[in-house]
Design a protein around this ligand. Structure first.
Ligand code: NDP
Length: 290
């Protein structure tokens, strides 16, 4: 049996990497992009350029979307909405769980099948081992196309709710961006003290390597609502972050990031958690904005 043919709509760095990977793995690929020139190299290497979105949808049952977000999807697909019936849309564009649910309802209302995907890889990781994508939506649609989608990354099915893959993706991003900004902030303080990013790298790596142990220790406690201050106390953590803040300020570095941490810590202190673990800050987060 020949490999399943695929349409890829959206040829940013990610969509191009996906279309290229499908081609490299022997799939016939039809592509469409708002800026047509982004398809040139793929077309030179065997992809078919659809003249219109309608043609792109008509070409194949399986349609992968790789766009900036759902606004782009509506901008592209609404004018061709009557061509969606019978298509399986796999939306690998990042957006919120709520907007993913709305997109799934919109597409299925037009007779399409709809899977949400959250890609945990950079474009250079597509088609390589070690990366994965969260998928959610009707399980039979996921299973029917799993083999083709697995050409791109590993597949991690997280349930029928079309918002679930977006949720898991955003949880990862919640951690990723704040972690990466903390890295950048430390680098700015290091740089102000004459230490290059490269020199600091082994120490940053050691800090990052210690994180999984903390996650494994605290996760069951958080689930149990156990914020016992036996191994750390919020008052100690607050003093520690104040030292971080002052070290940054003394170096002339912006303190927005430690200030945000201090704001959360102080709110938890004011709520009576000084002698509890720093994990009690989650109660502040759960209360929402003050
Ligand atoms: P880009 O933002 O570069 O992709 C943009 C694509 O969306 C282009 O094809 C662009 O068309 C199209 N687009 C944007 N707005 C519109 C619009 N209003 N109408 C029509 N087309 C539009 O993103 P990437 O390729 O980097 O990523 C694609 C998705 O993958 C994103 O949702 C991203 O969050 C996600 N992702 C990306 C990762 C990465 O490292 N790049 C990692 C993990 C996930 P045009 O070329 O004409 O501008």
């Amino acid at each position: 049996m020949s490999n399943q043919a695929v349409t890829v709509i959206g040829l940013g760095p990610m969509g191009r990497a996906m279309a290229r990977t499908f081609l490299d793995n022997g799939h016939a690929v039809t592509v469409w992009n708002r800026t047509p020139s982004r398809a040139d190299e793929l077309v030179a290497d065997g992809a078919v350029r659809a003249a219109t979105v309608r043609d792109a949808l008509a070409a194949n049952e399986l349609v992968v979307l790789s766009l900036t977000g759902h606004d782009a999807m509506y901008a592209i697909l609404e004018p061709a909405a009557d061509a969606l019936a019978g298509r399986v849309l796999v939306n690998l564009s990042s957006d919120t769980p709520e907007r993913s649910r709305a997109a799934a309802a919109w597409a299925t209302g037009l007779g399409a099948r709809y899977l949400t995907g959250g890609v945990q890889a950079s474009p250079s990781g597509i088609g390589k081992p070690g990366s994965a994508t969260f998928y959610s939506g009707p399980e039979e649609d996921f299973q029917a196309h799993r083999g083709t989608l697995a050409v791109l990354t590993g597949t991690d099915y997280v349930g029928a709710d079309p918002g679930a893959a977006a949720l898991y993706y955003q949880l990862q991003m919640d951690m990723f961006w704040t972690s990466m900004l903390s890295f950048l902030h430390a680098l700015a303080v290091a740089d102000a003290n004459g230490i290059s990013a490269r020199e600091f790298l082994p120490h940053a790596t050691a800090t990052a390597a210690s994180v999984p142990g903390f996650l494994a220790f605290y996760a069951p406690r958080v689930d149990a609502g156990d914020h016992t201050g036996d191994v750390d106390r919020l008052a100690m953590g607050t003093a520690s972050v104040e030292h971080v803040r002052h070290t940054a300020a003394d170096a002339g570095v912006d303190t927005t990031l430690p200030d945000a941490v201090l704001t959360a810590f102080r709110r938890a202190m004011e709520a009576g958690h000084a002698a509890d673990s720093f994990t009690s800050v989650i109660e502040v987060f759960r209360e929402g904005a003050s």
